[in-house]
Every structure is written in structure tokens, then in C-alpha cells.
Design a protein around this ligand. Structure first.
Ligand code: IVH
Length: 722
């Protein structure tokens, strides 16, 4: 290419509207841009001699993204630009996180932070007075996002999603000016996935809402919602009108180590041209951490963007590795939340909602009031005991509070405001949706009646069925795009779906003309087409997601993952659980021995499989050529691949351990692919016995199980990282 041809896209890429271009113009510009960008990539990475500055390079890529979105059919498959291009018609493509994106445990008071440090010391077997260095930084109230750079070039960007799988928002991220398309300098690993928070400043949020007012559009409740809406736009040119920002604070997959501490790692991000928070500090002890919390709390309103607390992270990365994760949060970090914001308003009424497990939940209808910048018009009242305890009556003046994403709550009634004729609230004893009796059964675990009243209508109750279906298709479960609460309600009311299996026969019913969704309210031709594509796209589903989607009481995402890890396939999971439900002692022992699974969750799972209606629903849902041709396929989930000596074994620890705490030993075993059980059985492969081992050691000896001591254990799992 000669310099004449290169000039236009090189130095001043056309910033005109892409929708006024003809196909031919767009095609020519795309081809020229692709060539130019490829040339700059080569100059930058291959020759280490960039021809233009980063801002100019970013403009080129953004222009390419805008054109690619407007003319997706013109983008070649082998675009040199990674995943640039139009999002698929039915929403965003999914990106599986190579390293799960987790969340943080919360601390509310100073004592919780002290306990965090103690917990860390205990886990690491450190003395109570051992110094622990932490990074303290603002907890940004935005959305987390993962940016994948390969050889310094931004390849794709994903939202957190359910932590395992997010949405591909690459085209939108490319419109954010402060996110570099290419890392600055050199010395970054070949693969580095940088994680951080997308947010909007207060000033930009105010300007955005002013614009919404001008055009008569709905206002955004808060900067976080506006940022989320901006990032999840299918049209990146709309995202480009929202001035989103980014702070880098962490990382996912990385092809080589980048630092020895959290502090240094984030400093390197800054060197590479990523925005990092200027209010980060290093703290040597608890008083320094709490001082930071108070300092930032006082400066919070003046920061110019929303924060909802301080995050403390243990600084040495070697310690982070040892500490690892528990459930969905790291043991090496904690979020110290600011106190919730409160306001006063009046209770105008109480609605009763019926959840998918039949629980009747009272919800207060409030006179709308702004709490911490968000208009609140209802608040959960939890259950009837709570209403009685707080003596909440319709017409009362109350204090409401909200903290982050949590549903607003009623803190207390203001007695002075009560009308003399206000009556205590009479909680209904029948289900408002189906008229069945609503009971508070005796709970043997608590030794008293449950505080929750439940509808006894089971599958006959439409409210439960609808809630179950909503849960089934929801983002963290089957994740069927375009099938939201409103559509489920409409399809259910129209008699088109009753159980999950009916969802998967919608495409064939639509195709054969036995139904026509396009004639239904709120569904155009295009949205029906998208919906059918989204249903087809989720016909194959990983085991853990599927178990979670079933909406079994007390079986959330985490227990679903435990099951998937343990049983690995739907057939072995269902076979074992059915056997346990029938009273098979072996199957039951195996189920209750799964580490991390509570007894009542196991009981609830067995109840589910003991109910014939549920078995019928499963038979109509899971693909089986003889019964259900239009069903789903549940994909096996292999246990974490590991070549370790203990991978796949079931271990039991007993007695004292000296080099590492029991918790660390357990976590390490799990990381290496072993299962850890609480008691010895025939399934135990290995017993690790420290000094003062008792009955478990005797049981293991009696069963002829292999027994090793702590030194042998350490040799087996490798030295602890220092
Ligand atoms: S670290 C392994 N640092 O808070 C978890 N998170 O409540 C790593 N967040 O999902 C998260 N500011 O979206 C971290 N300085 C910060 C943060 C931060 C905001 C968000 C993030 C996370 C959520 C957890």
C-alpha cells in the first residue's frame, strides 16, 4: 500500500456516521482499515517500532468496529482484528472464563475486618501477631469486565456473567476511550486477561439523564444501571454515546507471572496504559486499613463516582495462591462495605408474592422515595414473623434502607406517625394465587414451626409454576436470551408452556404451525426468530447449570457445582440420587459425604426425586430418542484435569496438622483434584493422620485404607509456596 492510500484511515479515520455509507464505500473502507491496522500491529509487535501513537491506533480500531457492526456481512472470517464484528442476532455470544470471575465476601463492621485478618493467619498457620500487608482500594460500584490481551492486543472482552461464562462485549468495550486497544511498552505476557470495573462518573451520569429528559426517554436509576445498560447494548454506536470508564484491579488467565505482589501487578497495568485507581494504598496493619476506610468514607461524595466500600487484598501473591478460594470468593480479599443509606416513607399496602418453592413473601408497597440516589417503591418484609416482630401496619411511617444491589428493607416503624385506627397486618392463610391452604409446617431441625408460610398447591399452583419456569430460563440457570419474566408469564397465561420441557418443543410447534408466537402480544417476527435461536442455542447445557436450573430448594449454584464435580454426568447423578431417595444406604452415605453439602440440602434433593411429578417433568425435558425427541442434552463435567498424584482420590484428614492448617490442607487437596470427605468409609482412598488421631484412624486401619502422616502428605502435594 502506498502512503497516499494509507493516509485517510491512518491519521484521521473517517468519523462520519457509518449508516450513511453505501455498501461499496463501507467495503472499501473496511478493507483499507484492516490492512492499515495489520500493518501497525506488525510495526508495533514485530518491529517494536510503532508508526502512530496509541490514540490514533485506537481510533482506527473503533472505526473498524463501528463499520463491522453496521455491515456485518462485509467482515471476513479471518479478520486480523480478533473478535471484532457484529454481535450475533440473538444477543451476545458467550465467553467462557478461563479462570472463573469470582465475587467478594463482605465485612460490615471493624470486627469483621479484624476477623478476616485472623482467619488469614489461622489458615496460613501464622502467629496471631504476624504482620500481614494488604492493599486497600475503593470498591467501585460498577460492573466487572475481563479484557483479554494477546501479544499486547485487545482480543476480546467479557462481562462477569455467572462467573463461569460471560457475554462477549468486545465491540462495546472498543468504544471506551480509556481502554487501550494495545498495551503500551513491552514486557507484558503473551496472554494477559486484565479485570476491572466499568463505571460512569457522576458528571457523565447527570449529563446522560439530562439528555434522556430532553428526548422524553426514561431516566436511569443510578450510574451503575446506566453503565450496565450501556455495556449491554447490542449496538456499539449507542455504547459509544455513554462515556464509560474503567479501573483495572485484577487479572484472570496470564501466561507468565507479572509480579510478586498485588500492588506491583496493578502498577504494571498502569505502565501498560490501563487506568488504575489513584486511591489505592498499602497497609501494614488493621489500624491503617480502618483509617483508609474512614478517610475514603469521608471523601466518598467528592470522588466523582460511586463506591460502596473498600476492598482489602492480601498483598504477597504467594500468600494469595496459598489462601485460594472458598465457594465463590477468595480467602485473600474482603469488601468492607459502607453503611447502607436510609430514608423515611409510608407503607401504602402489602402484597403477597409466591416464590417458586411456594413461600409466601410479603412485600411492602411504599410511597416512592429516593434512597441513595435510587427511587424505591417496595421493600421486602421477609415473612409474617418479621411483620409481627416489627409491628408493621399499613399506613405506618417507616425507615427504609438499601445497600448496593440488595432489595430495600424496612429498618423500623416510626411510632409517632401511626394512625390511631391502624390494625395489625392479617397474614393470609390461603394462597392468593391458587386458593390452596398456606401452612407453616413444623420444622424438625429448628424444633418449631417454620417462619415461612408455604402454599400446599405444588404444581397445581400457577404462581409456583411460573416462578420455577422463570428461574429455569434465567441468566444463571439455562440462560435463554429473550425469554424473560414477561415472556414466561405470557406463554404460561396463553397455555403454551406448563413445565420446562414445553419450552423446548416451542421451536417445533412454531415450525409446524401448531402455534404462532408472532401473533402474540409483544412478539414480532424477528423476536420470535431470535427466541427460537436462543432456545436452540441452549439445548446443550453443562451439568452444574442444569442442576441449578431445576430450582430445587436449597440447591443453589454452589451445591450444583459440587454435585457436578462429584458425579460428573447427569445419568450418574440422577441414578445415585434416585437410589438415595429410595433409601439405598450406600447412595445416601455417598451423597451426605460430599464435602460442603449440608444435610438439609441433601434431604431436599431426595424429596425432589421422590416426587413423581418431578420425574415426569424430567422425562419430558431430557433428550431420549424413545420418549423425548425435542429435549435437551446435559453435558458431562469432568473433574478438574490434573496430573496430580491425588487427583480423583477421596481423602480424609484426621488429627493435628502442623505445617498447614486443616483448612489449607483441604483446599489444597481439592485444588489438586481430590475429594475430601468428613468421615471414613469404604470409599476412602487415603487417610492423612496427624498426631492425636482418634477413631477415624482406627476405622481406616480396620478397613485396610492406606494411611500416611503429614510429612508424606507434604511430599505428595509438593512444598508449600512461601
Ligand atoms: S477484586 C476475586 N477489587 O466487586 C474477586 N472487586 O463484590 C476479585 N469490585 O465482582 C474482585 N471494585 O465487580 C475487586 N477494587 C475492586 C473492586 C471490585 C469493585 C466489584 C467486582 C466484584 C464485586 C464483588
Amino acid at each position: 500500500m502506498n502512503s497516499e492510500q494509507a493516509r485517510k484511515p491512518d491519521l484521521s479515520p473517517d468519523t462520519g456516521a457509518v449508516d450513511t455509507l453505501t455498501r461499496a464505500e463501507a467495503e472499501a473502507e473496511l478493507a483499507a482499515l484492516a490492512e492499515t491496522i495489520a500493518r501497525h500491529d506488525l510495526a508495533y509487535h514485530g518491529d517494536d517500532a510503532p508508526l502512530i501513537d496509541d490514540a490514533a491506533y485506537d481510533r482506527l480500531r473503533r472505526r473498524y468496529a463501528a463499520l463491522a457492526t453496521a455491515f456485518p456481512e462485509l467482515v471476513p472470517d479471518d479478520t486480523p482484528l480478533g473478535k471484532i464484528g457484529a454481535p450475533p442476532a440473538s444477543g451476545f455470544a458467550k465467553i467462557r472464563h478461563a479462570v472463573p470471575m469470582l465475587s467478594l465476601d463482605n465485612a460490615f463492621g471493624d470486627e469483621d475486618v479484624a476477623e478476616f485478618l485472623d482467619r488469614v493467619r489461622r489458615f496460613l498457620s501464622l502467629p496471631a501477631e504476624a504482620a500481614i500487608i494488604c492493599v486497600a482500594e475503593p470498591k467501585i460500584d460498577g460492573l466487572s469486565c475481563a479484557l483479554r490481551y494477546e501479544r499486547g492486543t485487545l482480543i476480546h472482552a467479557a462481562t462477569r456473567g455467572d462467573g463461569q461464562e460471560g457475554e462477549d462485549v468486545t465491540a462495546n468495550i472498543r468504544t471506551i476511550a480509556e481502554i487501550p486497544q494495545r498495551l503500551r511498552g513491552s514486557g507484558f505476557p503473551d496472554i494477559v486477561e486484565i479485570r476491572g470495573e466499568i463505571y460512569l462518573t457522576h458528571a457523565d451520569f447527570a449529563a446522560l439523564n439530562a439528555r434522556q429528559t430532553e428526548i422524553g426517554a426514561a431516566l436511569f436509576a443510578n450510574p451503575r444501571n446506566a453503565a450496565a445498560g450501556g455495556l449491554r447494548q447490542l449496538d456499539p454506536s449507542i455504547t459509544a454515546t455513554r462515556p464509560l470508564r474503567f479501573f483495572a484491579y485484577g487479572w484472570g488467565e496470564i501466561s507468565e507471572a507479572i509480579a510478586e505482589s498485588q500492588w506491583q501487578a496493578v502498577n504494571r497495568f498502569a505502565e501498560w496504559g490501563l487506568p488504575v485507581n489513584p486511591d489505592r494504598i498499602l497497609c501494614a496493619d488493621l489500624p491503617a486499613m480502618l483509617a483508609m476506610y474512614r478517610d475514603l468514607g469521608a471523601r466518598r461524595a467528592g470522588l466523582g463516582y460511586d463506591i460502596d466500600g473498600i476492598v482489602y487484598k492480601i498483598d504477597p501473591l504467594a500468600l494469595q495462591v496459598r489462601l485460594g478460594f472458598v465457594g465463590r470468593a477468595p480467602r485473600w480479599a474482603i469488601a468492607h462495605k459502607f453503611p447502607p443509606e436510609q430514608a423515611q416513607t409510608m407503607i401504602e399496602g402489602v402484597d403477597i408474592q409466591i416464590g417458586r418453592t411456594g413461600a409466601l413473601t410479603p412485600v411492602a408497597r411504599l410511597r416512592p422515595v429516593t434512597v441513595g440516589g435510587v427511587v424505591v417503591s417496595n421493600a421486602t418484609l421477609h415473612n409474617e414473623e418479621e411483620i409481627a416482630r416489627k409491628d408493621i401496619r399499613i399506613g405506618d411511617r417507616v425507615i427504609v434502607q438499601r445497600a448496593g444491589d440488595v432489595i430495600p428493607q424496612i429498618v423500623a416503624v416510626i411510632p409517632a406517625g401511626r394512625a390511631p385506627d391502624a390494625q395489625p397486618f392479617a397474614f393470609p392463610e390461603t394462597c392468593p394465587a391458587c386458593g390452596s391452604a398456606a401452612l407453616r409446617p413444623f420444622n424438625p431441625r429448628l424444633g418449631r414451626t417454620d417462619s415461612v408460610r408455604r402454599c400446599t398447591g405444588g404444581l397445581a399452583c400457577p404462581a409456583q409454576a411460573v416462578e420455577r419456569l422463570k428461574h429455569f430460563v434465567s441468566r444463571r440457570a439455562m440462560d435463554i436470551d429473550g425469554l424473560g419474566d414477561r415472556q414466561i408469564e405470557a406463554l404460561y397465561a396463553g397455555g403454551l408452556i406448563r413445565t420446562p420441557g414445553d419450552i423446548y418443543t416451542l421451536p417445533v410447534r412454531q415450525r409446524t404451525g401448531s402455534i404462532d408466537l408472532a401473533t402474540r402480544e409483544g412478539m414480532g417476527e424477528k423476536s420470535v426468530e431470535n427466541l427460537m435461536a436462543a432456545i436452540e442455542a441452549r439445548r446443550e447445557i453443562p451439568l452444574s447449570r442444569f442442576i441449578h436450573a431445576l430450582g430445587i430448594r436449597q440447591i443453589g449454584e454452589q451445591s450444583a457445582r459440587l454435585f457436578a464435580r462429584h458425579y460428573t454426568s447427569w445419568v450418574s447423578f440422577a441414578t445415585a440420587t434416585r437410589a438415595a431417595a429410595r433409601g439405598d444406604a450406600h447412595a445416601r452415605a455417598e451423597l451426605t459425604a460430599i464435602d460442603g453439602l449440608g444435610e438439609s440440602a441433601a434431604a431436599s434433593l431426595m424429596e425432589f426425586f421422590a416426587e413423581p411429578h418431578n420425574e415426569q417433568a424430567l422425562a419430558a425435558l431430557i433428550h431420549d430418542p424413545d420418549h423425548c425427541a425435542h429435549g435437551i442434552r446435559v453435558l458431562d463435567e469432568a473433574p478438574p484435569a490434573s496430573a496430580s498424584a491425588i487427583s480423583g482420590l477421596t481423602l480424609v484428614f484426621t488429627g493435628n496438622l502442623e505445617a498447614m492448617s486443616r483448612d489449607e490442607a483441604k483446599a489444597r487437596a481439592q485444588m489438586l483434584g481430590a475429594k475430601v470427605a468428613g468421615s471414613v468409609s469404604q470409599k476412602t482412598d487415603l487417610l492423612i493422620a496427624g498426631p492425636k488421631a482418634g477413631s477415624k484412624l482406627r476405622e481406616a486401619e480396620a478397613l485396610g485404607i492406606r494411611i500416611i502422616d503429614e510429612a508424606q502428605w507434604l511430599a505428595m502435594v509438593g512444598e508449600i509456596l512461601q
